[in-house]
Each structure stands twice: as C-alpha cells, then as structure tokens.
Design a protein. Sequence first.
Length: 551
Amino acid sequence: MEKHGAFTFVLHSHIPYTRQAGRWPHGEEWVHEAAAETYIPLLNQLNDLHEEGLPANITLELTPILVEQLADKDIQTNFVTYLNYQISAVEKDVNRFADLNEPHFEFLATYYHAWYGKIKRDFVERYAGNLIPAFRKLQDEGLIEIATSAATHGYLPLLDRDESINLQLETGINSYKNHFGRSPRAIWLPECAYRPGYVSEDGRTRPGIEEFLKRHNLKLFFTETHMIEGGRPVGIAAGDAIGPYGAVTRRYLVPFSEVKAEVPASTYQPYYVSGPDVAVIGRNNKTGLQVWSDEWGYPGEYDYRDFHKKDGNSGMRYWRITGARVDLAEKQAYHPDWAAFKVEQHADHYVQLVERLSQEYSNETGEYGLISANYDTELFGHWWFEGVDWLAGVLRRLAKSDSVELTTASAYLEENPPQTVLNLPEGSWGAGGTHFVWDNTDTHWVWPIIHAAEKRMKDAVEQHEGGTEAEHKVLNQAARELLLLQSSDWPFLITTGQAKEYAIQRFQQHVDRFNSLLESIEAGNPDLELADQLWEKDKVFPSIDFRWFEE
C-alpha cells in the first residue's frame, strides 16, 4: 500500500540554567527530575525501538543550555545523589506502609523503589553517567534528528540588538558542534517567537528572524499553528514575499496588501519564509489537542498518575487522577496496570487519528503532507508519568503503518521542499499567540535592563575588540552573563508566578555579574579574578568568543 503522508514528533527539551543555583523547590533538581522522569525513560524507549529494528525517526530539540547542564560533571554527580535520596526515601515508605498494614501502598512503594533503581543503573551503566553521548549516538545511527535553539533560550524578537541575536545563535551552534560533532539543520526558536523585519523607532533596519537563521545556515524552524494558518501563501518560492497582515504597530519591511491567497496556508506543508532559504513547519492542531487539551487530552485520564498529590514523608506520588476536579483529599490509589492498559488504548486512538487526518488531507488535496506533532519533551514522563510509554506505543505502531511514514523534520524537508513562500505574522506559542507572557505589566521592568546591557556590551566590544588577553577573557565571561540574563525563563516564571522571587533573584544576579565585569573593563582594570570566579559558578559555553556579539 502506498503511503500518503508523513509524521514526526517534534519534542522541545529545555530546563532553565540552574547549575549551582539552589536545590528544592527551585534550582538544580529541575534538571534531576527531568533526567530521571523524562530523558532517561525516553532514551530507553528509543534504544529499545532501535534494537527492535523500528525507525522511531523523531525530531528532538535540546536547547544548548540544557545540553551544557546534562554534560556538566557536577550536575551528573548531583544527579546520582538525587537518585540515591529518592531510593532511600521510597525504601522508608515500603517499611512504613508495611507497618501501617497498607498492602497496596506498600506495593506502590516497592514499585517506585525498583523504578528509581533502574533509572540509576541505566544512567551509570547503560549511559556511562552522561546522557549527551547517548543522544548523539542515536542521531549518528540515523534514528533521530537533534535540533538546536538559541543558547540560553533568549526571547529573540524582544532583544534590542541584532548582535545579541547573533550571539545567541552562534553560541548555541558552537555548543551543538562541540557535543554532537556536526552542524544542526533545524532550530526551535525559543517560545516559537518570531517577528518579520521592521524599521525600529530610532531608524535601524532590523531583519526578520529568518535572516539570522539563513546567516547561520539553519534551514528550518517550527512555529505555532496560528502563525501558519494566519499567514498567507504569497507566491512561488523564488518570488517576492508579499501578503496581508492587518493592522501593525511597527514599520514592517514586508509590504502588505489585500491580496487573497487561492489556497489557505496549511500546517501539513512546509513553507519558505520571505525567500527560498529558510523553511517553517507548523504544529498540527488536531493531533496536538489530544495531548494538550485540559478537557479531553490523554494526560487527564482518570487512571493515570496524579501529578499534584504527594506523600507527606517522601514526596512520592501514590494516587491517580481519579476524576475531573476531584479534591486532593479524595484521590484514590494509583494502579500501574490500569494506567498501562489506558496507554495502549490511547496509542491506538492517536495512531488512528494520524492515519485518518493524513488520508483526509491526501484525498482533499492530492498532496503528500506532513503531520508535525510538537510538544514539550518534559510533558512526557515528568508531568504525564505514562507519557513516554505512550510515545513509544505510538512510534511502534506508526513504524508498522501501511499508510503513514515516520520521518524527521529535516528529512521530510529534503524530500519535499516547499513550493510556496509564506509571509509569517509576528507572534509566539504563548497566551494569545503574542509576546504577552514575556512582556506584560509584571515584566516590563526587565526589558530596559536587558536592552541597557546589550548597549553596554556593544560599546565594550567596539572599544576593546583589539585589546589585551585579560580584557578578552573578561569580555568572554561578560558574554556568558549577558546570555544568561537574556533567558526567557526569568520573565516567564515571573509572569506565571511559579517561581517569581527565584526568577527575579536569578535575573538580577546575572545582571549584577555582567555589570561588575563591564565596570572593570571600562575602568581599564579587567578583573580576571572575578571572571575566574564566575566561570567556576557558570562553567557554561567554554568556547565562547565575545566577538560573536556582532551585527
């Protein structure tokens, strides 16, 4: 049977930079939890599929700042300590539940004891204490594609200097090459945030984000559904990018008109953005809602493990969701076998949906389309405990599908190059599809500080590019601190309130470090001792060159 469409999971993996920045409830344990509950289970499933001879072919994005953390020796050591603590805590639960004559909870504690023990063995023995070579091996063997992102997940459209965008991208690509031994082909823009070219209020011509990607030889990025369906095809790939975009608040370089496209843009196809160099693929909404929807997404299944209720002694999660809006006190005990049965049902349902949607698109258009299912990687395993097993179930079924081909995003693009240029609107995958989550009344104060740091860095680079070795070393560390203070995580956490005070503290910490380094440069006395101290705290992007901060 001839296949009529393709499918790829596009998984976005990111944790804020937390090295030596505290532990529970905020800090390095974010990395430990994600490694234990998401990354190692995912690696296990992908390797199992590979050993079965099944092509998983997922597109896995790992942000450079996450890669740097997972490869860090201190974080690796602390991760083993974290696992030992979890094993010890759940062992005490086994004895406690036995004393309380709670046989099912004793069984669950024993289940977790074995689960954490296996995670530790896999980390130490199967992956030799470092997950990055394990991901690299899967890519080298052709099973997955690893995409990159901006260095510290900086929110690119709101940065004031093009030099900052170049620094974010060049540093991220350099990190990728160091860890994966090749150049990336695709990028996940932080928060899927995009803007077209425009003329700033001070008269600067600022290129669209795609121009920076072209400059760094990145051929593909991903975006939210509305960014594709809200745009308009504007002609053949070699033509000019012209299309409507409604009322705008910036002086955009792309001319707008009321020309209506004969065929609306679709997330089933890739498009070139502004010209035939950089392509975009949008998230498929119908498959996405099966996971994201609060009302009927799979993770809300009543038999799945509840994320919010924890044991008061160990912090383990021994309860299932139980029902819609069930109070924590009314949650019922978790049954792993019940959950495993639902995983199989949901994998079957999802694959049937993918095959049906692919067939419908082919029947309606006569074209071979792509379904791109884009999710946060940490949703699977960490937030949705059974999620990694579900992913594997879907991949195992689609690998044997007669009608849908598993692929990676770049492989699909090579075999099915875009035929149309699309004029993308400005936006993100945040609330309302705008920049609001990162720039609102709670976070307005952050951006003038970031912009002032960018301007200060620009002046320092111009004045000391040909300076002494000491000046260059301090400027390299200043570049690291500039990247870290630009992280989109800080305004995001402030807005959501998840860790507001922590985020403010972390942001201000990197601002203070950056300013101290620049003050020493400006005073003509570069502080090498401070630069060395901050390197020991950060130990990130060892190959950075401040000259990457350039137009």
